[in-house]
Design a protein around this ligand. Structure first.
Ligand code: FES
Length: 351
């Protein structure tokens, strides 16, 4: 597609100074539910390898201490890493999905973070054990004639297993990988050997112009992007004219949202539980469901992790998450209870 000039300002991404807080890990506060989730998953994994990948980026490999197989996952999936000090971080799995015994993640040191990545970089050692939640996948690779991947910084990690998967499917793909400098870009050396990959360290090459990616006819492609919010905004603007469902974006920080559709209370019927709760403007659906005694796992409480997904049987949700693509939103068959609300007077959930 061709981008109009009004959008062009938005798609020139000045990566020269890309130091946005990494969008690849986020803090969460609901540790008990996360630990419960990890316990339910039965995962307490050991760090079996730790390697420096690039400036400020290390790679961890986890395995079950008893050598058991790990739960299966698909490209785009992430795990919750539960750290001491009530810190939970979510990281995309970037290793070989066909290896049933190991999970690999890459961790960027967050200079302005709350200590989770610093702990991983400075303290966590081979042999340490951590509760792990998931894996969960909010960024699944859907069938396509071809794939266009756009990654920024550490956002390349969920893309890596997708490249291998696309190769196995025989589906053409191209990756644009932008970052600050080659030294700070994990996996850049390996990726740059592939002619389908454009590695763009902007300190050396200048700002990257996304219009070069969207100048192609992408009507039959699926475009996947993960990276700093500024990059994602630019990708969203550049891909605004693509067919519904073509653009798929992985957020690790919540999207900026407008006000809820309604400012009045609404009812939520929990069909299997036989309970109806009233959700006031001051409470979330998640809180109302919990107060009614219906257990519901949650993690980020920001609409980014996917833990609190519920099936919608009736009514129209006001989707306020950062997970669903436009076509998924329009189906109105699921919602994320921590942030999403209701457009209708009543919602019926399969809970
Ligand atoms: S708790 Fe993470 S999306 Fe709701």
């Amino acid at each position: 597609m061709h981008c109009d000039l009004e959008h062009r300002w938005a798609i020139v991404v000045a990566m020269t100074t890309v130091v946005d807080p990494p969008t690849h890990a986020q803090s969460t506060a609901d540790i008990p539910s996360l630990v419960a989730s990890a316990a339910a998953d039965g995962l307490v994994l050991a760090v079996v390898a730790k390697t420096d990948l690039a400036d400020g980026v290390c790679e961890l490999t986890f395995a079950d201490p008893a050598g058991r197989r790990l739960p299966d996952w698909a490209p785009g999936a992430h795990i919750d890493v539960i750290l001491p000090g009530d810190l939970v971080r979510q990281y995309s799995l970037c290793g070989d999905r066909w290896d049933p015994f190991h999970y690999r993640i890459a961790v960027l040191r967050e200079s302005d973070g709350r200590g989770g990545s610093a702990y991983i970089h400075d303290t966590l050692a081979v042999g340490d054990r951590l509760p792990i939640g998931g894996p969960r996948n909010n960024f699944a690779l859907v069938p396509a004639h071809r794939y266009v991947f756009i990654a920024g910084g550490i956002g390349v990690t969920p893309i890596l297993p997708m490249l291998d998967h696309a190769d196995r499917l025989g589906t053409p793909w191209a990756l644009t990988y932008v970052g600050r400098s080659a030294r700070s870009m994990a996996f850049a050396t390996e990726l740059s050997a592939d002619p389908r990959v454009t590695v763009w360290p902007s300190v050396e090459r200048g700002p990257f112009d996304l219009a070069t990616v969207f100048a192609d006819d992408l009507t039959k492609a699926k475009v996947y992007s993960c990276g700093p919010e500024r990059l994602l905004d630019a990708v969203r603007a550049a891909g605004a004219d693509l067919p519904a469902g073509s653009l798929r974006i992985e957020h690790f920080v919540p999207r900026r949202l407008s006000a809820p559709v309604r400012d009045r209370s609404f009812d939520v019927e929990l069909r299997r539980s036989g309970v109806t709760v009233s959700v006031t403007p001051e409470t979330s659906v998640l809180e109302a469901v919990g107060a009614a005694g219906v257990p519901m796992l949650s993690s980020c409480r920001q609409g980014t992790c996917g833990t609190c997904e519920a099936t919608v049987l009736d009514g129209t949700p006001d989707h306020r998450d950062s997970l669903l693509a436009d076509d998924e939103r329009s189906r109105n068959d699921c919602m994320f209870l921590c942030v999403s609300r209701s457009c209708s007077d009543r919602l019926v959930l399969d809970l």
